[in-house]
Design a protein around this ligand. Structure first.
Ligand SMILES: [Zn+2]
Length: 99
């Protein structure tokens, strides 16, 4: 009895959940703007503690319309500052008025 062990199946890791339209999870469905930079550049935490990872662009847009939300403390300060300064200049749900 010298049977070789079966090879472990070639799993390349679980496929990441694909966001609609191939954008980051922070992109609102009605927001037509494309992602900017990596899709996991930052994480937004909403007032209920729910975390959403996304690119800098969509995290900023999400933050602008999400009352009580903040950038996750693990996000590098440079990204967090970028997001906060963008969000400050955005109206909530910017895409609804064509921005
Ligand atoms: Zn994005």
């Amino acid at each position: 009895m010298n049977q070789p062990l079966p090879h472990p199946s070639a799993h390349e890791g679980a496929a990441p959940p694909t966001a609609p339209h191939g954008r980051c999870p922070a992109a609102a469905a009605k927001d037509p703007t494309p992602c900017e930079g990596p899709h996991d550049a930052a994480t937004i935490v909403d007032r209920n503690g729910r975390e959403v990872a996304g690119c800098v662009q969509h995290c900023a847009r999400l933050l602008a319309g999400l009352e009580g939300a903040r950038v996750h403390p693990f996000v590098p300060a440079q990204h967090a500052l970028d997001i906060y300064s963008r969000a400050r200049e955005l109206p909530p749900f910017a895409w609804e008025i064509g921005r």
